[in-house]
Write a protein that binds this ligand. Structure first.
Ligand code: UDP
Length: 326
């Protein structure tokens, strides 16, 4: 029988790359999405069921397309700054929505989930690189909402035998090599798409949120990881869950931090265009530096990122931004 995975949020940026990966590896993705931020045009690799995690009854239609060997859960509100302004919306979507999803999984006998978590669960780092044992002290509601779900998954493993892998992404970036899907948010808040928009010369100027951070050049440092390398980790998590009970978590990054100014320079090199920018005030909720230690994912999952070079990551995003399909 065909293997099937329910990809919640599969019309979004990371979810659509995951659906593509699954289809390419012989597993049928069924996409559940409310299209609030996702794109119908990004659902190209399996059927779409329009459903909303905040409407539990709507979830049953998606589960009726099973049986599913697992759920991959990419649905979330994920903007740090917005989460500071609208915390209740974040807790509602990210926590209540996930509880509804887990209850739907119970109703339909699905006992495995890969959960999109985030580096934001850690808050301000107390070490140069962040491994899984780093203290978890989120400094914004987005990170707090994801950490709450990690706790729920641990409790559900204990009580019901739910198997889970939480993957804590650092900064997802890049696009599919053949240019059919890529990152498209409205409004766009993420650094690399905004840098590339400014490079395209559409009249926008990048705002650099603060140049007085305690970093080498004063701008924030992040660990950028290619979206297909994230997809690879989810794929490996399926096998891992088949062999291991319990709730597990892994950090996913390349282990190298780049400042906003370094990203601008890499984008100028990748695109051959200048990036006009202005220094703006710091953005609420941002930590200064976030860099992953991903040894556990490499050792335990066998994860091996294939697109670690920042300029190559940005070049893949540049190809998409020059010719977006949606
Ligand atoms: N950033 C920026 N200008 C932008 C968007 C982001 O200076 O237009 C900075 C932001 O303050 C952070 C880094 O770039 O330090 C990465 O932000 P992004 O929103 O891409 O990801 P996050 O780290 O919030 O998940």
């Amino acid at each position: 029988m065909t293997r099937r995975v329910l990809v919640c949020g599969g019309a979004g940026y990371i979810g659509s790359h995951m659906a593509k990966w699954l289809a390419a590896h012989g597993v049928a993705p069924v996409v559940l999405d409310n299209l609030s931020t996702g794109h119908r045009e990004a659902v190209r690799f399996g059927p779409l069921v329009e459903a909303d995690l905040l409407d539990p009854a709507s979830l049953d239609a998606a589960f009726a397309q099973g049986p599913f060997e697992a759920v991959m859960h990419f649905c979330a509100r994920s903007l740090v700054g917005e989460s500071v302004q609208q915390p209740l919306a974040y807790y509602d979507n990210n926590v209540t929505g996930t509880l509804n999803l887990l209850q739907a999984m119970q109703r339909h006998g699905v006992d495995r989930i890969v959960f999109s978590s985030t580096a934001a669960v850690f808050g301000e780092p107390v070490a140069a690189t962040i491994d899984e044992d780093h203290p978890k002290a989120p400094i914004n509601p987005y990170g707090a909402s994801k950490l709450m779900v990690e706790r729920v998954l641990a409790d559900a493993a204990h009580a019901y035998g739910l198997r889970s892998v939480a993957l804590r992404y650092f900064n997802a970036a890049g696009a599919s090599a053949d240019g059919d899907i890529g990152e498209a948010h409205t409004p766009e808040t993420h650094l690399i798409p905004n840098v590339l928009r400014a490079a395209l010369g559409d009249g926008s100027r990048l705002k650099v949120f603060g140049d007085d951070w305690p970093t080498a050049d004063g701008t924030c440092v992040r660990d950028y990881i290619h979206v297909d390398d994230l997809a690879q980790a989810h794929w490996l998590a399926l096998d891992f869950m088949a062999a291991h009970a319990g709730a597990h978590a892994f950090n996913l990054g390349n282990g190298r931090g780049f400042s906003v100014r370094e990203v601008i320079a890499a984008a100028e090199a990748a695109s051959g265009h200048e990036v006009p920018f202005d220094i703006a005030p710091r953005r609420a909720g941002d930590p200064a530096v976030l860099v992953a230690a991903s040894d556990r994912a490499r050792q335990v999952l066998g994860w091996a990122p294939r697109h670690a070079d920042l300029q190559a990551i940005i070049a893949s995003a540049w190809r998409w931004h020059c010719q977006p399909r949606f």
